[in-house]
Design a protein around this ligand. Structure first.
Ligand code: FES
Length: 331
């Protein structure tokens, strides 16, 4: 969900609507845990589009605020009797992966409805699916659907040797359509010609670390792939510089909100009691999108397209800031 211009952020609803029970916790590789959840009342769960994610309420963060994180769904998508996610423990993260790793069987968790942000294009003639490490989770969901519906696809999976979650599942699902790599050299030696040798109407999908996504999408552009046929899912932005302080003027109420260096606009608005919807807080999910009335925006997110950023009438306040000293929001 994103906020359209004119949406009242104060009226946003709590989307925690599913009550699930942890049915199974299995270590997949060192540092990666697979968690299977079922409806607490035993009902069939809502279907979802391949590449969708589940938003879990993960306790509270260090700032005391409720924390919600999104995890790609890896299991069957049509009227499933369970939802499966797999999460790599990030010792330096914000605590969401630690929370998942501490879940035990029988524990009750709350989740929103599955959301689609990385869906397959059904008119594609062929699907080239690229996964880096734990970025395999949405790709696995694409593969299951491609197999089920008889779509043409191939998978390229790069991971550190001995640390490839779902490798056996992919081998079984893909057979000779799976290409695996343990070094960047072997990956590029195969991918460079593969990008040049695809039938017209092929779509490329990539999920993995930012370096892999940037390099692959950049290469595809160089090779003439139109943006509309290149799809990617990021995990999050890297460390951002704290930025300069600025004032956010709320155009509808006339309130000025001071945003200090090192504090995000989202945090500053929340401190003023504004309930801005947010999820990843890393400029990836699009959840916190806000309408902008005036002032230059220093766009730091990975959600808006270059064209949307150029128009400048919206922004992601979890990471983006004012370019100057003042910004006017349509709030
Ligand atoms: S909360 Fe996800 S882009 Fe801001």
């Amino acid at each position: 969900m994103t906020l359209a211009a004119g949406t009242d952020v104060r009226s946003s609803v709590d989307e925690t609507s599913l009550v699930l029970t942890v049915a199974e916790v299995v270590p997949l590789t060192q540092g990666v845990r697979h968690v299977r959840c079922a409806d607490a009342a035993g009902r069939t769960l809502p279907s979802f589009t391949p590449g969708s994610h589940l938003v879990l309420s993960c306790g509270t963060g260090v700032d005391g605020r409720p924390r919600r994180n999104a995890y790609s769904l890896t299991g069957p998508e049509f009227e499933p009797d369970h939802y499966s996610i797999s999460v790599r423990l990030d010792e330096h993260g914000r605590g969401g992966s630690r929370w998942v790793h501490e879940l035990g069987v029988g524990q009750v968790v709350r989740a929103g409805m599955p959301r689609s942000a990385f869906a397959p294009v059904l008119t594609a003639r062929h699907h080239v699916l690229v996964a880096g490490g734990i970025g395999v989770t949405p790709i696995l969901s694409h593969v299951r659907a491609a197999r089920k519906w008889g779509r043409s696809f191939e998978v390229h999976y790069i991971f550190r040797e001995g640390d490839g979650p779902y490798l056996e599942d992919l081998r079984e699902l893909c057979r000779d359509r799976l290409h695996i790599y343990n070094t960047p050299e072997s990956f590029w030696a195969h991918m460079e010609p593969a990008l040049l040798d695809q039938p017209l109407g092929t779509h490329l999908y990539v999920c993995g670390p930012p370096g892999l996504i940037d390099a692959l999408t950049g290469r595809a552009r160089q090779d003439g792939w139109p943006d509309a046929r290149v799809h990617y899912e990021h995990f999050g932005v890297g460390d951002l510089d704290p930025g300069n302080p600025f004032t956010a003027h709320l155009g509808r109420t006339g309130v000025d909100v001071t945003v200090d260096s090192g504090v995000s606009l989202l945090e500053a608005l929340e401190s003023e009691g504004l309930a801005v919807p947010s999820l990843c807080r890393q400029g990836v999910c699009g959840e916190c999108r806000l309408p902008v009335r005036g002032g230059g925006v220093d766009h730091r997110d990975m959600y808006l397209s270059e064209a949307e950023k150029a128009v400048g009438d919206c922004m992601m306040p979890c990471v983006s800031r004012a370019r100057g000293e003042r910004l006017e929001l349509d709030l």
